[in-house]
Every structure is written in C-alpha cells, then in structure tokens.
Design a protein around this ligand. Structure first.
Ligand code: GDP
Ligand code: GDP
Length: 454
C-alpha cells in the first residue's frame, strides 16, 4: 500500500510530460563483409528472446529498437545497404559519414583476420573528426588464438580493440558493456519541448506527394516568417499557419530538395525520415492511394510507432481514384493497416487540396490522444472491472493477478501494470484493446509494461 501511495504521488501530476526523449543512437559501421549484419542480428536476437513485441514488424530497415542490460537504444544498421563495387572506397566513407552524423556513439567493426585496410583508415579519420565516442570491434575473433589479431588493431589509434565473434557471440557482452559506458542517456537529436507550435513531420517514400502537400498547406494559408516567441528556429524547419494555428513542419528542406537517385539514396532518405520523425510530435505518413501499399510505406509507419510519435495516415492522389476501385481498395487498406487500426486515416488530394482540412483535424486528434492522461482512480476502476470479468487464463495451475496500474507518462501514454506473475502477450493485447475502447487514444501509440510483484 505504501508503495502504491508513493507511485501515485510521483506520477499523478497532470502537467504535460516532455515527449518520450529520443533514445540514444548507436551506429554499426565498417567495410562490407566485416560482419556488421551478423553483429546487428546477434544484438537484436538477444532482444527478441526477452521481449515479445508488435508482430509483423518489418526487418528490412535502417534502425531498430535494441536493448542491453536494461538500457534501450536505437541501433542503426548500415550492413544491409551495401554500395556497388565501382568507387567502393569513397562510398563506404560517405555512407559511414551519414551514419556517424546521426549517431550518439559508434561501433566500428574491423575484420581482425584481415587487419586494418586503407579503407578502414579513412573511416578512422572521419570518426576522429566527428568527436563521437567509438568502440572498436575486432570481429571474427572466434577463439583465443585470434586475440593476437585483435591486438594489432591498437595501431588504428582508437583505443582498445574489443575482440568479438559476431558469429558465435564470443566477447559480445564485454563489447556492449563498453558501449553502454560511452552511450549518453538520451539522443542529442530531437530534444523536444512541450511548448510552442506543434511539430509535424511529413514523411513517406519518394513521389507520394509530400512536397505537393506541403505547398498546398503552406500556399493556401499565410506562411509565417517572423519567429514565434520562445521557439528556436532550425533553418530546415518551416512555420506554417493553418486556420490560425501555427505548426512547425520539420525538415522541410529534406522534402523540398529532391534526393538524387544515386547508390545508397534509400539509405540517406531513410535516415532523414528517422531524424524528422524523432524531431516531431506527430507524423503524417503519406502514401500513394493509386498504387498498392509497399514495404517501404509500412517501414515508415513502423518507424513512427517505434519512436512513440502520434500518427496520421494520409492516402494521397485520391483524385486519381476510380469509383469502381473504391470498395476493393477499402478492403485492401483495412488489411494493410491491421497493425495500426488506431491511427486516423484520411483520403486526400494534394493536387486539388481536397480534404486537407480533414487532415489537419486528424493531426489535432492524434496530438490530443498523445497528450492524454487517465487519472489513476479511473484507470483502476476500469481495469478492476475488466480483470474481474475476464481474468488472465490459468497457466500450469497458476493465474497471475493484476494488482494495480498507473499511467507513468504521456506523449505517448505509457502505462505500468503491476501483477503477481508473467502476463502473456495475448492478454496484454487484450488489455490494450480494451483500454483503447474505453479511453480512445486515436492516433497515438500506447505503451504497456508489466512489473511483477510478489
Ligand atoms: P557485413 O557486410 O559487414 O554486414 O558482413 P556480414 O555480417 O554479412 O558477414 C560477412 C561474412 O563474414 C559472412 O559470411 C559471415 O558469416 C562472416 N562472419 C561474420 N562475423 C563473423 C565472425 O565473428 N567469425 C567468422 N569466422 N565469420 C564471421
Ligand atoms: P514527393 O517526392 O513525396 O515530395 O512527391 P511530389 O510532391 O514531388 O509528387 C510526386 C508526383 O505526384 C508529382 O508529379 C505530383 O504532381 C504528383 N502528385 C502529388 N500529389 C498528387 C495528387 O494528390 N494527385 C495527383 N493526381 N498527383 C499528385
């Protein structure tokens, strides 16, 4: 009881909490074939074993939520984004440069069996200039006899090489402990303040109509040039007034400037999207309604949900829609978005401006949900009735009981449920579904974590 009183007094302030601070970003970089992907999979594999999470999460993307020793971070994987063979050296370097610039700390992977190459030396130069903390991973040290190979890498001047076998997991724990020692608690990117105009990221794959929509929104209304008191202006952001309300559209420079179709362009676009999402409070994911949803669209939606930002999904180019196709399309959309049925969906046309007013209302709704706090008394009244009517199923003669819940934070709403035992995934989803039925949260991801009490 004393515990509960303490928790309530700690958490029950009704003010706005700062947005979920961006998790620190760890980038894994290195030449092709040094074992980056193997390493990343091994780090994530650990996580998968302990956390059961949203099913159907796409793997093929640039960053992943990761965890080590109770510390959450974002892992940027450059392994899947191999450059083509021509001019490989400079491309490795420029790809590494982008990853380094986004990261708070870097794991630089070198193949200890091969030793340091000229290309490795070039990356070392970039790392030195960046001033970011670096952990040197001497990979492919599969047994004690390989330790000597690792020692040679002292010559890179990056401090102690950590001997690792990504393949077998050898030395991984020591390396990750060293990473945690240098990783800051929060990312230096995307510090969010609860004041000032709301921050909107307009994201989606190339050619879905982002810049057209931005022009429509900014053009139809007055573009505010002077600064709003108390806000700092990033030159890549744009302040747009819609129906008398100012909004920051973040990284409009990235929307207005067309990315050249060079090797690795997807990689840069994906990193940029990630950065914009983290900087924003709400993301509008624009998709092209005239073609079927792609992997890349789903990936962007997943990025928003993982970052804990409010979400609106906009189906653009609706003016191209054939009336005959509509019923078919509605069914298809429902199937595609089954993971995010809670997100408002708006059909729009950036070309004609049709339904942009609806889009703005959806933005407001999602942000409101994102800010929502359920008082502890109401939450427990609801939960008490729910678990009395639908108790957790009996497992091996045991039945975990739910004791108490509280909302630990807003932006996004995060709940902590105290229980007498492990709550299985199906039951967690059941609680989430009912929470949404009862309290709404339209347009906001919600987080539920369970703490086991004796
Ligand atoms: P990436 O291109 O840097 O992402 O490298 P990959 O992860 O694709 O690995 C390249 C090759 O090295 C693959 O054949 C891996 O199986 C192998 N490899 C990766 N890590 C190790 C390791 O720790 N020991 C050994 N012996 N091979 C490894
Ligand atoms: P971005 O790459 O996401 O910024 O996409 P753009 O705004 O550059 O649009 C890509 C193409 O789609 C351009 O040719 C636009 O004119 C077209 N487009 C954008 N929005 C619409 C729309 O609502 N309807 C139609 N028919 N075409 C659109």
């Amino acid at each position: 009881e004393a515990d509960r009183a303490l928790l309530e007094s700690e958490w029950d302030d009704d003010g706005l909490a700062p947005a979920e601070p961006a998790l620190p970003v760890l980038a894994v970089i290195g030449r092709p074939n040094v074992g980056k992907s193997t390493l990343v999979n091994r780090i994530l594999g650990r996580r998968e074993a302990v956390v059961e999470d949203t099913p159907g999460v796409t793997r093929d993307r640039v960053s992943y939520p990761a965890e080590w020793s109770g510390t959450d971070f974002t892992l940027v994987d450059t392994g899947g984004w191999e450059v083509d063979v021509a001019g490989i050296e400079s491309k490795v370097a420029s790809q590494a440069e982008v990853a380094i610039s986004l990261a708070d700390a870097v794991v630089f992977v070198v193949d200890a069996q091969v030793g340091a190459t000229a290309s490795d030396e070039r990356v070392v130069e970039l790392l030195r200039r960046s001033g970011k903390p670096v952990i040197l991973c001497a990979n492919k040290v599969d047994g004690p006899s390989g330790e000597a190979d690792a020692a040679y890498l002292w010559s890179l001047g990056l401090g102690e090489p950590m001997p690792v076998s990504a393949l077998h997991g050898r030395g991984l724990g020591e390396m990750l402990d060293a990473v945690l020692d240098v990783l800051p608690e929060h990312s230096a990117h995307g510090e969010l303040l609860p004041e000032g105009p709301r921050r909107v990221a307009l994201v989606g794959r190339p050619n879905v109509g982002k810049s057209s929509l931005l022009n429509k929104l900014a053009g139809a209304e007055r573009v505010v040039v002077d600064e709003v008191a108390g806000t700092t202006r990033d030159p890549v952001d744009e302040l747009v007034e819609i129906k008398g309300m100012p909004y920051w559209f973040v990284d409009t420079a990235g929307i207005r400037r067309r990315v050249h179709q060079t090797s690795g362009a997807d990689f840069y676009a994906s990193l940029r999207t990630q950065a914009a999402i983290e900087k924003a409070e709400v993301a509008v994911v624009l998709v092209d309604a005239s073609v079927p949803l792609t992997e890349q669209d789903t990936r962007v939606i997943t990025q928003v949900v993982d970052a804990g930002r409010a979400l609106v999904i906009a189906y653009n180019k609706w003016d191209l829609m054939d009336e005959d196709r509509r019923p078919f399309l509605e069914r298809e959309i429902e199937k595609d978005l089954v993971q995010v049925t809670w997100a408002p969906r708006v059909n729009v046309s950036a070309r004609t401006g049709w339904h942009t007013d609806k889009l703005v209302r959806a933005l407001e709704t999602s942000l409101e949900s994102w800010d929502t706090r359920i008082p502890t008394g109401r939450l427990n009244g609801f939960l008490g009735e729910l678990v009395a009517a639908h108790p957790h199923p009996l497992r091996g003669g045991k039945q975990p009981r739910i004791l108490f819940a509280t909302q630990a934070s807003t932006r996004p709403p995060r709940f902590v449920v105290f229980a007498t035992g492990f709550i299985e995934a199906g039951y967690r989803r059941f609680i989430e579904r009912r929470l949404r039925e009862e309290f709404g949260f339209e347009g906001s991801p919600i987080r539920i974590s369970v703490r086991v009490r004796e």
